[in-house]
Design a protein around this ligand. Structure first.
Ligand SMILES: Cc1cc2nc3c(=O)[nH]c(=O)nc-3n(C[C@H](O)[C@H](O)[C@H](O)COP(=O)(O)O)c2cc1C
Length: 183
């Protein structure tokens, strides 16, 4: 693709080449735990340190995350494909994704997945909903763990996964479908 192209087409092509590492973002509020596979995430300030994630408004995780003070961002490795499948294809609307997993309560009670050696626990500072199908949750890191030999699981490694929610869905409108979608 060269020259002037429709912006949506160009964006899809650029996103495919960027191939971001995959994370699992977890949250807890009102006695509920939630988490989903997330490819939309980035450091968003150096001083002070900030990290942002973008959650689909269709997801159960978003519903819980907007009520929670803290989030945890788990950086997946090439060995975490099963975990990626569990958190990226099931929905907390219908399944307990944490069943059988070792979990530790982190800052603000956020669930930390013991299997993941590299994670950031963050305190939410802002939410930006600009009308897109994902909302930005900005946050400040408050605790972290990092494995030296970290090798990321990439979005292209998970191209075969069918997301538990289509990003076009809205809770209460059409229910928790399981159709093809991006984040
Ligand atoms: C490769 C891949 C990347 C994804 N990236 C995101 C993302 O950046 N943000 C998001 O909210 N959902 C993303 N999803 C979708 C959710 O992980 C998926 O719909 C999940 O089943 C939602 O679970 P929940 O309803 O329990 O929150 C992605 C899914 C896949 C397969």
């Amino acid at each position: 693709m060269t020259g002037t192209v429709p912006p949506d087409e160009a964006l899809a092509a650029i996103a495919a080449v960027l191939d971001p590492p995959l994370t699992i973002v977890t949250a807890a509020a009102d006695g509920q735990r939630a988490g989903c596979l997330v490819g939309f995430h980035s450091q968003s300030s150096i001083v002070p340190g900030r990290y942002s994630v973008w959650l689909s408004k269709a997801n159960h995780t978003y519903q819980v995350a907007v009520l929670s003070s803290h989030l945890a961002i788990h950086f997946l490795t090439a060995a975490d494909m099963e975990l990626a499948e569990r958190f990226g294809t099931l929905t907390g609307d219908r399944a307990d994704k944490f069943a059988g997993l070792a979990v530790t309560a982190g800052p603000g009670g956020v669930p930390l997945l013991d299997q993941c050696a590299s994670w950031l626990a963050v305190r939410r500072t802002a939410i930006l909903d600009d009308g897109g199908d994902h909302a930005c949750l900005a946050a400040e890191p408050v605790a972290a763990s990092w494995a030296e030999d970290f090798r990321p699981l990439l979005t292209s490694d998970a191209a075969h996964l069918e997301p538990g929610h289509d990003s076009a869905e809205r809770p209460g409108v059409g229910g928790a479908g399981r159709t093809r979608a991006g984040g």
